[in-house]
Design a protein around this ligand. Structure first.
Ligand code: AMP
Ligand code: MG
Length: 539
């Protein structure tokens, strides 16, 4: 059934229910001055009006979450509201107070330094969506920074949020990308070479933007009443089925966070996503990917790879460590909510359940990536481990490898093919053909023999296996260099590549004839180009 067309009247008809500000304690000060804020969950603050907002792109699927039509999104009012120039009457704007552990160290108060929440919408499906502008000006939590965001980071957040959604990865959503018409000075690599960059604002949507750090700050300050208020608010709003808050309910809630976080880690590893800054202030209590900064997509499979230049020596947040870091972060959250529970043992149990849940999810996911019907520990542990040892031996594009693996003929007749014939469909996935020595080719062929043997036990046809593999191994991801090409174009006033990427990334598992250029491995020019292989937090 198609819905009746909506007009821009819908913008005015958005139904607000601002529970966060209605229920939780507010900072009594309302002046927008940087400060430590005590005993409060948030400070009321309005976006700073911008000079000449201009819509670059919006996400039709995200707009649907607010029941907004194309006409609404193309209206002047939309650009004004989602650039922060204008507020709808029922909006109640605020910046949240939170703390966090950054790179393993307690950092004290952080807070929404450049994010301003506009309020909460209840849509026609009775879903609650919090609206938040990123880059809309300073707040009491801006510390020494300006509260602004540049086009390059905003575009990366906009496209990646929606790409992740279409990949089936839990994430905050992005409604719109708007140029502010103003410039922002940034020293991209902190090397004394600042430049003026176009400013931009993304409107993000999520059930809430509550992070682990929102709880940590109150415990660190011994503000336990507010800690409990925030926990009770979170449970009654987002987990009402758990019932009246009690130590047992807090524990069940923590268990739920452990589960959704484990599942999120499995998804990141599945698609080759590296968050880049997994500080506890960047961990959503809903198990969503949140705060797209110096994230990156694995090109060649290298578990040690981190896109974040700030992390280039420690590799704390590299691809292969993400699940362990999430565990460490959950332990910080456990410490934060301990006063509500008063017992360490069940919290430790929940943390070890996280590990078990992650391991199980990871094994099932890897088996699915290989097209196996189910993970059989005795057969598959070593099969998967050997593959993960082989992949980094030579530069192998992770996304293309799994996609192409599905195309290899695995029926018994294929066993009669030469090694070269067998691996032919894979030749396009290697970055450096000169690395394909005899020894390597033999090792890969031996693994393929073993894989074929394993597949025989499942007794599926190649067609069925291919279909299953292509449904879990994406063809199109937001390769680092593609985002950079889109940024370069928008800086020249051309928005077409953003639109095209947004469209391609809506169907990441489909072949999409004519769009193959977006599925190619990283071109050589992008190997060491800033923005393509190296990203900084400066955004
Ligand atoms: P991040 O790790 O990038 O998510 O940010 C860490 C903290 O720095 C958060 O409290 C942000 O709100 C804050 N922050 C980052 N960039 C800015 C900025 N340009 N202006 C104000 N605060 C910022
Ligand atoms: Mg953050």
């Amino acid at each position: 059934m198609s819905r009746p067309p909506k007009t821009t009247k819908q913008m005015a008809a958005l139904r607000f229910d601002n529970r966060f500000t209605r229920i939780l304690p507010a900072d009594p000060l309302t002046e927008n001055r940087r400060r430590q804020v005590y005993g409060s969950c948030y400070s009321r603050v309005k976006p700073t009006p911008v000079a000449a907002p201009r819509l670059v792109a919006y996400s039709p699927e995200a707009a649907t979450l607010l029941d907004l039509s194309e006409a609404d999104c193309r209206s002047k009012l939309f650009t004004q509201v989602f650039s922060g120039k204008l507020q709808l009457p029922e909006m109640d704007c605020y910046a949240a107070c939170y703390g966090g552990h950054q790179f393993g160290n307690w950092a004290g108060q952080l807070g929404d330094g450049r994010a301003i929440n506009l309020g909460e919408i209840i849509n026609s499906r009775n879903e609650r969506w919090t609206l938040q502008l990123k880059g809309a000006g300073p707040t009491p939590y801006s510390r020494t920074a300006d509260g602004l965001a540049v086009l390059r980071s905003s575009l990366r957040e906009f496209l990646c949020s929606e790409a992740m959604f279409h990949l089936g990865v839990p994430t905050t959503r992005a409604l719109s990308l708007i140029l502010t018409g103003e410039t922002v000075e940034r020293d991209m690599f902190y090397d004394g070479n600042p430049r003026e960059e176009p400013g931009a604002i993304v409107c993000r949507l999520a059930p809430s933007f509550i992070r682990f750090g929102n709880f940590e700050i109150f415990t660190a300050r011994n503000e336990l009443t507010v800690l409990q208020q925030l926990a009770d608010f979170t449970i009654s709003t987002y987990h009402p089925h758990l019932g009246e808050p009690s130590p047992d309910v807090y524990l069940q809630w923590f268990n739920a966070i452990c589960r959704t976080t484990a599942e999120l880690m499995v998804h990141w590893l599945r698609v080759g996503f590296v968050h880049g800054v997994m500080n506890t202030d960047n961990m959503s209590i809903h198990g969503l990917t949140i705060d797209y900064g110096p994230y990156g997509w694995l090109e060649d499979y290298d578990p040690n790879w981190t896109p974040n230049t700030t992390d280039s020596t420690g590799h704390r947040y590299c691809y292969g460590r993400q699940a362990q870091v999430a565990h460490w972060n959950l332990a910080q959250l456990a410490n934060a909510i301990y006063p509500l529970i008063g017992e360490t043992e069940p919290l430790e149990q929940a943390l070890s359940d996280y590990t078990a849940h992650f391991d199980q999810g990871w094994q099932a996911m890897m088996a699915a990536k290989l097209g196996l019907v189910a993970y059989e520990p005795s057969l598959d542990r070593e099969l998967i481990q050997e593959l993960l040892r082989i992949l980094p031996e030579v530069e192998t594009d992770m996304t293309l490898f799994f996609r192409q693996l599905a195309l290899l003929p695995m029926n018994p007749l294929a066993a009669a093919m030469t090694k070269e014939e067998q691996i032919a469909p894979l030749t396009s996935v290697f970055y450096r053909p000169e690395q394909l020595t005899h020894a390597y080719t033999n090792r890969l062929a031996a693994w393929l023999d073993r894989y074929r043997e394993r597949l025989r036990k499942d007794n599926q046809s190649d067609e069925v296996r291919l279909k299953r593999m292509h449904a879990i191994n994406p063809k199109y991801v937001l390769r680092n260099y593609l985002a950079q090409l889109a940024i370069d174009k928008v800086e020249q006033g051309d928005f077409s590549l953003v639109e095209e990427l947004l469209e391609v990334l809506r169907h990441p598992y489909d072949e999409q004839p004519g769009k193959e250029r977006f599925a190619e491995k990283r071109p050589e020019w992008a190997r060491n180009r800033p923005g393509c292989s190296m990203l900084s937090c400066s955004s």
